[in-house]
Design a protein around this ligand. Structure first.
Ligand code: BES
Ligand code: MN
Ligand code: ZN
Length: 500
């Protein structure tokens, strides 16, 4: 769907539907009041009869019967004004657009003037655009039967006053770039593992790099051997698909400015390896490259938004498979950092491939390192399906991510990375072991990662819970969520603002 910003009045637009988001128990104001007046009180009548009370995401459709140029008014509820936030607005617009899609409506219009929040029309417009776009996501490349029944809304117009136009237009441009990145990531994560091998993921990365200022380098198996990336290679050893170490670099900042390094776990399928997983829900493990997908989406949007920063994305990519050549419990190898690792559980593969990527990041002398990974089921047990677990060594960086999360509506909660946990990952015969037992599994995974991080500010984000939605959630349709993409972009935009 395309979003346009037009100057004018919502009451005058001729689209198939006008969308109005209303708060519970409030007098009509702004465009809603104008439309109500012009239509001889159609909205007031509905509210007066309690057919529509503006409860969160409640929907009502009114036919204007010629009283307005538009054919329908679609009301969507925001809940009470006291509890209003931008996340409610994203949810409301996702719901409204999904409803329009079921009605097979192609063109709709709305306003960034909610009748309150007069000074935040640009933020309102951004949230409206994000909610609308993200909520309409669908993945259909493999649907061949009844394709003609696939519906999609084609156009949303956001009507703005002349004075507000430039700001609102810029906000909507931003929202569209961000949504494109989220769609890109959702597509990568949803793609089945036979269609999203490490080689295909690397090819996708190469395609992003056709954007201005982005370069892509892919290290293949020969090169990885030369470099001694044995931690990544050990995980890859069970698979017929060759591993790839994907490096994307975006140079938008000063030549000598230290880059921010984003690292994403790129396991294109996690069977568990020799410590094979139960078959129930194993199909979902095609999404084990969601961290890699998120950092690819984030760097792509950063380039589109021309952020004045240097950013590097590192994605170690491989399958984790059982076979006669696979990594075995008890195996020991020397990682890229020179430190030795004893494998206790081959299903704790994410931390193995990240260990080499984290150590490799030191080569850039980065300003910050953020890794994003569907790392542990333990994080899901601790925090649930919707929450990103955050651990790290730098309070300022953690604070910046918390702030970004407040803005995007993604939920981030910190877990402690205290000294006491380090005991659990000491190996009897090597430097470290990749499994610290059942207790505090999300934390000991991060403790393991910390051993491979140089002396740089570092934060680890465990997205095992929110990367995949088992059911529809407001603007996240069931399936790959693209979590982390907006969070990273917001964090980077905030950093870019601090610099100027
Ligand atoms: N990819 C999984 C983690 C995961 C679990 C992601 C559920 C999404 C949903 C990871 O590689 C894994 O298997 N972790 C193990 C670690 C354990 C063996 C120490 C886990 O969490 O069970
Ligand atoms: Mn695993
Ligand atoms: Zn995994």
């Amino acid at each position: 769907m395309k979003i346009f910003v037009n100057k004018g009045k919502l009451a005058d637009t001729e689209d198939e539907a006008i969308i109005l988001a209303l708060c519970e128990g409030e007098e009509l104001a702004g465009p809603a009041l104008q439309i109500d007046t012009k239509s001889n009180g159609l909205i007031g009548e509905l509210i007066g009869s309690h057919d529509f009370e503006a409860r969160p995401s409640q929907i009502s459709v009114i036919y204007t019967r010629g009283s307005l140029p538009a054919k329908r008014i679609v009301l969507v509820g925001l809940g009470t004004r006291g509890e209003f936030n931008l996340e409610k607005l994203r949810a409301a617009f996702a719901k409204a657009m999904q409803h329009l899609r079921t009605l097979n409506i192609k063109r709709a219009a709305t306003s960034s003037d909610l009748g309150f929040l007069p000074n935040s029309k640009d933020r309102v417009a951004q949230a409206v655009a994000e909610g609308a776009l993200l909520g309409l996501y669908q993945y259909a490349p493999f649907k061949t039967v009844d394709r003609e029944h696939l519906k999609d809304v084609e156009q949303l117009t956001i009507v703005a006053e002349d004075n507000d136009f430039p700001e609102i237009n810029a906000a909507v441009e931003n929202a569209q770039a961000i949504a494109r990145a989220v769609y890109f990531t959702r597509d990568l994560v949803t793609a089945p593992a036979n269609q999203m091998t490490p080689a295909i993921l690397a090819k996708e990365a190469g395609e992003i790099a056709t954007r201005r200022g982005v370069s892509c380098t892919v290290l293949d198996k020969v090169k990885l051997n030369e470099l001694g990336m044995n931690s990544l290679l050990s995980v890859a050893s069970g698979s017929n698909e060759e591993p790839k170490f994907i490096i994307l670099e975006y140079r938008g900042g000063e030549t000598d400015a230290a880059p921010i390094v984003l690292i994403g776990k790129g396991i294109t399928f996690d069977s568990g390896g020799i410590c094979i997983k139960p078959s129930e829900k194993m199909d979902q493990m095609k999404s084990d490259m969601a961290g890699g997908g998120a950092v690819m989406g984030a760097i792509m949007a950063s380039a589109e938004l021309r952020l004045p920063l240097n950013i590097v994305a590192l994605i170690p990519a491989t399958e984790n498979m059982p076979s006669g050549t696979a990594l075995k419990p008890g195996d020991v190898f020397t990682s890229y950092s020179g430190k030795t690792i004893e494998v206790i559980n081959t299903d704790a593969e994410g931390r193995l491939i990240l260990a080499d990527a984290l150590a490799y990041a030191s080569n850039y002398k980065p300003a910050a390192i953020i890794d994003v990974a569907t790392l542990t089921g333990a994080c899901v047990i601790a925090l649930g399906d919707d929450v990103i677990g955050m651990l790290g060594t730098d309070d300022k960086l953690k604070g910046e991510l918390q702030e970004a999360a407040r803005q995007t509506g993604e939920l981030v909660w910190e877990l402690p990375l205290w000294e006491n946990y380090q005991e659990q990952i000491k190996s009897d015969i090597a430097d470290y072991k990749n499994h610290g037992g059942r207790s505090a599994g999300a934390i000991t995974a991060a403790a393991f990662l910390s051993k491979f991080v140089g002396d740089f500010p570092w934060v680890h984000l465990d997205i095992a819970g929110p990367a995949w939605a088992d059911k529809d959630k407001t603007y996240i349709p069931k399936g790959a969520s693209g979590v982390g993409v907006r969070l990273l972009i917001e964090f980077l935009r905030n950093r870019a603002r601090q610099r100027v």
